[in-house]
Design a protein around this ligand. Structure first.
Ligand code: ATP
Length: 660
């Protein structure tokens, strides 16, 4: 794949992406976490690259979010969704959702979303998801007891690539192999030509070694599984608590994992445990056995009165014989019994098998001595035999388990992948259910929202009052102070962004025109200086001349300059937006703008229905074709109708007339 063909990916980024294991897969699947593993690529950058790759695929050149406020609304919407993902990985992957005018992209996401919304976000599934993360490779420890050998330079290079944890040596001939066998416990020759050579030591000829890494370096796959155990167990739990069909036999995986310690060594094999204990306890067992024999013998000697004829004693002394001969003559049976006891003690305490026991008995020779002493040479041989048996068994078990894991590995990748993808789906399901969402319908002109409730408001979602608002073409939105004009624009923007991301929207029903861009101009804080005013006007100049189909939302543009000029400018912009473009302009100057405009600009209004305890009671849904009365007007009306006395009635009445 030509990475540089993706918009925004230059030569340097392309080179960084190429360092990944499988960048094509990461790009085509929008795997942000995998892309962020490339050197020097942050998660944010990875998300942007993934989005650019999707854009590329859908021939989607345009940027939907045309202003800062539009981008803010997108960020807020995305955060609400990401907060509902359990794993960081799923949260990152959700960044690949972005608003677009590309119908094919929106349709693709909507199909996925429709299934996602059916998922049930049960607590046990969310708990299980907590431990899931993509499988990753632990650092590989160098293995020093084995080496590979070949006479072929090309194979040498291949083997070095495949087995970075092993030494790979070049050998000319069998002599070279024999030299290596002196330094390594195992030498694995890669060339068929070495088959049949007779060399002392563990020299194996394995021309297939490169294809069976799990047999050559079982430690690799074992440490991979030991390292990823918790993620795998969590992913297995996700499958057990949902309707997901496991891509791997979970019982088999459980069993394989049960045979592995956290360090990647084997557990649960009785024979290996026995051999390990025998090696570890050998010295202590020999010394106990020796004590047993000596205690018995001492007891026997103490209990015995030894009578010896003077002539015999003389002959023994003349022969220079020691007490041993006396022992053998007088206490032969007791000595034999003591040696038997020592041998039994050694064999029993180390649980030795018949072959090992045969050697172990020789550790206590029959020649009568006191005190009884073990034969260190025999004990050393026993130690070597037991150690070799233990290591052989461990190697065989490791290799068997590694082969089993190698068989399960592809399924395990899918197991984790499926759990993470369920997390993304559940984030959408929770978003939809937390904010009572529906999938919007595309079509018609403008936007029509029924029962829309914005989760971006500064109050608890259950306190948000539903808003109905349908708007098409250029429109002014008037309304009382703090009536909810800005919140209505936010709701329209949010609905437009979510709909064009392919996501459900927080409303009972929404129909929306398919747009290519959202131009949302936030309220300016205070009057702009000449330069900023010029820049803002320029932006509108570009906006009105742009050919793309866009939704235009503008909040109180009048604050950019003095009211008289503002009304004229806004009127001009409304005129320039051809009648086809839906543009909602919030303004307190609706009357003035209307007068300045060369056409009958529709004005909708958010109205106060009254004053309750000094607080305005507001009807949040804008009323069509209605210039909302201002708050001062409402207060004057209240004074004129409810509180007027004979003296001030005329004053209030006159004030009220001035508003009309
Ligand atoms: N649909 C709604 N449900 C509940 N509360 C709302 C709703 N819309 C707005 N509000 C509340 O009213 C407050 C004022 O809303 P908003 O800022 O949108 O009004 P405004 O008409 O734009 O005000 P201003 O006249 O100052 O521009 C919000 O902070 C919010 O608490």
């Amino acid at each position: 794949m030509e990475f540089e063909s993706i918009v925004g990916v230059g030569a340097k980024t392309a080179e960084r992406l190429a360092a990944l294991d499988d960048p094509e897969r990461a790009l085509s699947e929008g795997d942000v976490a995998a892309l962020a593993r490339a050197p020097g690529i942050s998660t944010g950058r990875a998300a942007a690259i993934a989005r650019a790759a999707i854009r590329d695929e859908h021939d989607d050149a345009g940027e939907f979010l045309a202003t800062d406020r539009a981008r803010e609304i997108y960020r807020d919407a995305l955060s609400l969704l990401q907060e509902r993902a359990v794993t960081d990985h799923a949260a990152h992957r959700l960044e690949t959702l972005y608003p677009t005018g590309s119908e094919s992209r929106v349709t693709e996401v909507r199909e996925w979303v429709a299934t996602a919304m059916e998922r049930e976000p049960r607590q046990d599934v969310l708990d299980a998801l907590d431990g899931v993360a993509p499988l990753d490779d632990p650092s590989r420890d160098r293995i020093r007891d084995r080496c590979l050998a070949t006479a072929d330079a090309e194979r040498h290079a291949e083997a070095q690539d495949e087995f970075p944890e092993l030494s790979v040596e070049v050998v000319e001939d069998a002599r070279g192999l024999a030299d290596l066998a002196k330094g390594y416990s195992t030498v694995i020759a890669l060339d068929e030509a070495f088959a049949g050579v007779d060399i002392a030591g563990d020299v194996q000829v394995r021309p297939d070694a490169l294809e069976t890494p799990e047999e050559v370096v079982p430690e690799r796959v074992l440490s991979f599984f030991a390292h990823n155990r918790e993620r795998l167990e969590a992913a297995a739990r996700v499958h057990r608590t949902t309707d997901l069909d496991p891509p791997v036999d979970l019982a088999r995986l459980d069993e394989a994992l049960a045979g592995l310690t956290e360090e990647g060594t084997i557990v649960g094999d009785e024979e290996l445990d026995r051999l390990g204990r025998a090696v570890d306890d050998l010295d202590a067992a020999v010394s106990t056995a020796e004590s047993v024999a000596n205690d018995r013998l001492r007891e026997a000697i103490e209990e015995r009165d030894v009578t010896i004829e003077g002539a015999d004693l003389l002959s023994l002394v003349e022969q220079g014989a020691g007490v041993d001969s006396l022992l053998s003559r007088e206490l032969a049976d007791e000595h034999a019994a003591a040696i038997d006891a020592a041998r039994d003690q050694l064999v029993d305490s180390l649980q030795l098998d018949t072959g090992e026991a045969e050697l172990a008995t020789r550790a206590f020779p029959e020649e009568p001595t006191f005190p009884v002493e073990h034969d260190e040479g025999v004990v050393n041989r026993l130690r070597e035999d037991l150690t070799a048996a233990r290591d052989r068994r461990a190697t065989r078990l490791k290799r068997d388990l590694a082969t089993e894991f190698a068989d399960l590995q592809a399924g395990c990748d899918d197991l984790v992948g499926a759990a993470l993808s369920r997390d993304r789906e559940l984030a959408v399901a929770r978003f939809a259910s937390d904010f009572d969402c529906v999938l919007p319908e595309f079509g018609g002109r403008g936007v029509a929202v029924e029962g829309g409730r914005s989760p971006l408001l500064d109050c608890a979602f259950e306190d948000v009052e539903p808003v109905d608002y349908a708007v098409a073409g250029p429109t002014l939105l008037s309304g009382v102070n703090s009536g909810g004009k800005t919140s209505t624009l936010d709701l329209l923007a949010l609905v437009a962004v979510l709909a064009h991301m392919g996501l459900p929207v927080p409303a009972d029903e929404v129909r929306i025109e398919r747009y290519e861009a959202l131009h949302y101009q936030a309220k300016t804080q205070g009057t702009l200086d000449a330069g900023a005013f010029e820049a803002t006007l320029r932006e509108f100049g570009e906006l009105v001349s742009g050919g793309r189909k866009r939704l235009v939302l503008v909040d109180e543009l009048e604050s950019i300059t003095e009211p008289g000029a503002s009304a004229v400018i806004i009127a001009g912009i409304l005129e320039a937006l051809d009648g086809e473009t839906t543009g909602v302009f919030v303004s307190h100057l609706a009357g003035e703008i209307r007068e300045a405009a060369g056409f009958e600009v529709p004005v909708d209004g958010i109205e106060a229905v009254g004053l309750v305890d000094g607080e305005l009671e507001v009807e949040r849904s804008p009323k069509k074709d209605s210039l909302a009365r201002s708050t001062p007007e409402l207060i004057v009306e209240k004074l004129a109708t409810e509180d007027a006395t004979d003296e001030n009635e005329v004053f209030y009445e006159r004030l009220l007339e001035k508003f009309e």
